[in-house]
Write a protein of this length. Sequence first.
Length: 474
Amino acid sequence: MTTHLPPPEHPAIDALDEGLLGAVAAGAARLTPRQALDLIERAPLPLLGRYADARSRSLHGDSIRTYIIDRNINYTNVCTARCTFCAFRRDASDHDSYTLAPAQIEEKIGELIAIGGTQVLMQGGMNPDLPLSWYTTLLSGLKAKFPTIHLHAFSPPEVIEFVNFFDPPGDTLAAKIAYVLRELQAAGLDSLPGGGGEIFATPVRRKIGLGKCDANAWLTTMNVAQSLGMFTSATMMFGHIEGYADRVHHMLLVRQWQDKALREPTPLGPRPPAHYKSFIAWPFQRENTPLGRVKDWGADPAELSQEFPGDVVARAFDWGHTDEVDHKSLAGAAEFGRRVRMSGAVDYLRTQAVSRLFLDNLYSIGSSWVTMGPHVGQLGLMYGANDMGSVMMEENVVSSAGTTYCLDEPVLCRLIRETGFTPAQRDNAYDVLRVHTGPDSPDLRVTDWSAHRARKLHREAVSRPVPLSVSTTR
Ligand code: SF4
């Protein structure tokens, strides 16, 4: 069993103390949640960048930064949940609902293999019409036809809905999850993506993730998957109704469960060496979503003299010590859920840099160029990220909410090389497959860049206006 001893915390030291930040960058000190919140709220961006980059370099060196070639396949948009930030979901009766046939999925994987892809990221809505056998037949068919492709599929909210839909045997939620995951793993599932994390704080999650599993179910699913030997990732979607402390609380839970995964045996048996491999955070994309149609904080200038309602509720939530927050009777929180505080490039880079410093037990931090655009994504490599994620052939979820960025391999390599690093293709386990040093590198072979601009390559469903239906109670 791996021995994992987190570095010591120094709660009495100011978060902006460069001695503390230097020790964190070297892996010799751990930030407290309050220090992380302090950094998000008041650290100058260049200071955060300097130490997040130092931490990234101490873990990943000065030479290469990575990417993967995979394909995002959204197998169905039919979903029982009604997340207010989602422009992707449909009811089964909607004219543009869809569920892909296995032959369509196979065709997409064939296209992926043709460009050197190694992984499929398969996620979808929570579709009650699909039995467990639909998934196991699909997975075993894909493994038989494409034995070398890594199947990275089904985020925790999907797995929890499998438990609800299929009523598997087991006395506890963990046992039921284990039953479902064992069936999927036997059919060919290799690992679980970290979708559906959003913000773990209960008051926020109850407002935006209508019908989606709670934080404990999300984290338990990942713990069980890891106990079965599957590496997983963690995500966070921020820049909406949450307070800054909610972001830190979210990362704190990931850090605590990662400590647990690295340290403790599992009740399901001896623990194989699986845990969270990566963390990626991205800002909420508002177009075509119910949540995106609520007012920006500060649209009424008088609001700006007050505290953002999300921060008021986050303080009452008190890092999870008070799960039930009655925001209606909380002074300054009446508009909680009715105002969004959207993230721009600076807030994005600030949050990503703090994630690198705070999550000292996470190996990889991904830069989210898909939502932030190629050039902010590129800057992310200087603010603690070591990985540029995937070449994007297809994406339907955030692109339904207005994001239109898709990049091919030469552009992704060029973005990495321009930051002073050598691009390297990796696999799901973050093992390097190819380091692009020679003239055969994908970007160095290109002489005419006009055909390689960032663009939207493919979407499965057309967008449509979504009625405003933000819930205020739940
Ligand atoms: S985010 Fe996922 S779970 Fe939520 S409504 Fe959209 S498809 Fe369904």
